[in-house]
Ligand binder design. Structure first.
Ligand SMILES: [Zn+2]
Length: 307
């Protein structure tokens, strides 16, 4: 049986190469932020790291046998050297407590303990502070893997204290559709940001949103654009501390959105979001997508004034 490397788990990418090199040179960072839409790839990488750090087989540094008792325990979910907390779609405060508790227990010497937390995108300031305290005073032999779907949703305090690595399966394994929708959301938010800052005209903004994913129909693009408008509004309000975090939507601030310098008429937000719901239905009912999107953006513009 030949030894395996981390790269065998998710394919060769910058993240796997970086971790392999760090293991070989014994220079593993104490905390990594693993970013990417592919949750399975990040978890596979975490498991491979736990195997590499604890394998009892005979092989070179940074490798693992995948057959010894330690490797098999990782696969079976029974290893004490790796534990996964949190959820990729929401924040669970109890999970934060359990993560901190697990991470602060000393490991046997020569063991590598991998403490994984999913859904760092949803950390509140309070949760982030507590986790950072743990990360910055790690017990020896502990490595933290914080998992995020979108690094721009992760609080800057976290981002500045960890090594950020994008994890994606190699092109062959990658789900191209997911990759496309991931860039789509980010790019759409930027388009709305430009519009909100009045850098770009209404018609140009509508055009950009409708052409966002060229392989999709105008209708699908309009639907995605309206959804992004809702996300945009929620993010702006959250960034200004105006609404409590909502379940299922990113709880952390969008740093770029927090800096939008416009005056928002907040009394109209509720109605604006109601209208978005109606507009989504209109698109479904085959109302001209360009018209629907234009009206939604006009309403956004009427709610905002620039200094
Ligand atoms: Zn092994």
């Amino acid at each position: 049986m030949s030894a395996k490397r981390i790269g065998d788990a998710v394919g060769d990418c910058l993240a796997t190469r970086c971790l392999e090199a760090a293991l070989v040179s014994h220079k593993l960072a104490h905390a990594y932020l693993l970013v990417g839409r592919d949750e399975d790839a990040k978890l596979a990488l975490a498991a491979a790291l736990a195997k590499s750090g604890n394998c009892r087989g005979d092989h070179g540094p940074g490798e693992f046998c995948d057959t010894c008792s330690s490797c098999r325990q990782v696969d079976a979910g029974g290893s004490s050297n790796i534990r996964i907390f949190g959820d990729s779609g929401t924040l669970n405060i109890d999970a934060v407590d359990q993560f901190i508790l697990y991470a602060s227990v000393k490991t046997a010497s020569s063991c590598l303990k991998v403490s994984v937390f999913r859904g760092v995108d949803f950390f509140t300031d309070v949760a982030a502070d507590r986790v950072l305290k743990t990360i910055e005073e790690p017990v020896p032999g502990n490595v933290f893997l914080l998992l995020s779907q979108n690094s721009r949703r992760v609080l800057p305090t976290i981002r500045s204290r960890v090594q950020i690595m994008k994890v994606e399966r190699s092109a062959k394994m990658a789900n191209l559709h997911d990759a496309a929708s991931a860039t789509g959301e980010d790019t759409s938010l930027e388009v709305l940001l430009d519009f909100a800052k009045a850098n770009v005209s209404l018609s140009e903004t509508v055009g950009r949103l409708l052409r966002m994913r060229s392989q999709n129909s105008l209708r699908d693009n309009a639907t995605a654009g309206l959804r992004t408008l809702a996300l945009f509004m929620n993010s702006v309000l959250r960034a200004r501390g105006k609404v409590p975090p909502l379940a299922g939507i990113s709880l952390s601030t969008e740093p770029e959105l927090a800096r939008v310098n416009f005056v928002l008429d907040e009394s109209r937000v509720g109605l604006f979001l109601d209208h978005l719901g109606e507009r989504l239905k209109h698109v479904e009912q085959n109302v001209n997508p360009e018209l629907v999107l234009t009206n939604a953006l006009l309403e956004l513009r009427r709610m905002t004034t620039h200094e």
